[in-house]
Ligand binder design. Structure first.
Ligand code: NAD
Length: 286
């Protein structure tokens, strides 16, 4: 049976590191890191994500500034809010919860956040820096996945890594991070031919598709490490249940290590957001 990678446990260690950084900043600069969270509209999943992020930020001693805007908020109003937060010295990190309503130009909003306050790591300047291997604010989910992988493997060098999913927020930055670790990286996606065969070659398999249970046990190389990023809400016997992109029960018979859903990548993502916030504050204060 595979080792189960406990995201909650690892996340609590990362949160402790973030809290220690907060104390250090308080002591040396008499300043507390500030995180502004912007939520536009009333998407139920986004509300839960935002609530969790704010709760954890407060626990780590980070000041949170919450901005809840109506779904029909105009682009101009949102632009003005980002400008205000960019100019506020008490705000060190700005998080705009995605997705934004369709009438808002998401790319424009992301690009308008000051790169040094972009704690999601989605600004083109931070994306470019990551691809050149000199990023300071790395997207939270892939950063969390890398911490999980390092927990299992002392050295990732030379390993064959397959990432299923090519989104800007998970798949692509994950590939950049694993290249820096000297992995041989393949990105597979919905147009990949014979995707099962591609996955069977993976020492490290990262699933980030949003396709529930896509990855079955016969896609997995024996003893591979499997990280399941997917969060999919399904109904079983009338009950709502969250599952990943990997068939956990089958995969854990074959893999060497596997992350569960829930309790895997999710808590790591939030912990890395807070680590990024303390990093951003430190960069701005020092
Ligand atoms: P996305 O929809 O932007 O991208 C999905 C990617 O998967 C695409 O590149 C697509 O080509 C690929 N894909 C979809 N179906 C496929 C299939 N059948 N075979 C092969 N490839 C396929 O999604 P995203 O934003 O990257 O999120 C992916 C999943 O991860 C979602 O379930 C999302 O909820 C979850 N997620 C979790 C966290 C976390 O903190 N745990 C963070 C971000 C996203």
């Amino acid at each position: 049976m595979a080792q189960v990678i406990d995201g909650k446990q690892l996340a609590s260690q990362v949160l402790e590191d973030a809290a220690a950084e907060v104390e250090w900043l308080k002591h040396h600069f008499e300043s507390v890191p500030g995180l502004a969270v912007v939520l536009v509209g009333d998407d139920a999943a986004s509300q839960i994500y935002v609530r969790n992020k704010i709760k954890r930020a407060k626990e780590a001693g980070i000041a949170s500034f919450e901005h809840y805007l109506e779904a029909d908020t105009s682009q101009a109003t949102l632009d003005a809010l980002i400008q205000e937060l960019n100019d506020d010295p008490g705000v060190h990190g700005i998080l705009v919860q995605l997705p934004l309503p369709e009438h808002i130009d998401e790319a424009r909003i992301i690009s308008s956040i000051l790169p040094e306050k972009d704690v999601d790591g989605f600004h083109p300047a931070n994306v470019g820096a990551l691809s050149q291997g000199r990023a300071s604010l790395v997207p939270c989910t892939p950063q969390g996945c890398l911490i999980m992988l390092r927990h299992v493997h002392q050295d990732l060098s030379g390993k064959n890594a397959v990432i299923v999913g090519r989104s800007n927020i998970v798949g692509k930055p994950m590939a950049a991070l694993l290249l820096q670790e000297n992995c041989t990286v393949t990105i597979a996606h919905s147009r990949t031919r014979d995707i099962r065969k591609v996955c069977q070659e993976a020492d490290i398999l990262i699933a980030a598709t949003g396709s529930p249970g896509l990855i079955q046990s016969d896609w997995i190389k024996p003893e591979a490490t499997v990280i399941d990023v997917g969060i999919n809400a399904i109904e079983v016997d009338g009950q709502r249940k969250l599952i990943g992109d990997v068939d956990f029960d089958g995969a854990s018979q074959v893999a060497g290590a596997i992350s569960p859903v829930p309790g895997g990548v999710g808590p790591m993502t939030i912990a890395c957001l807070l680590l990024n916030t303390t990093r951003a504050a430190k960069n701005q204060l020092t």
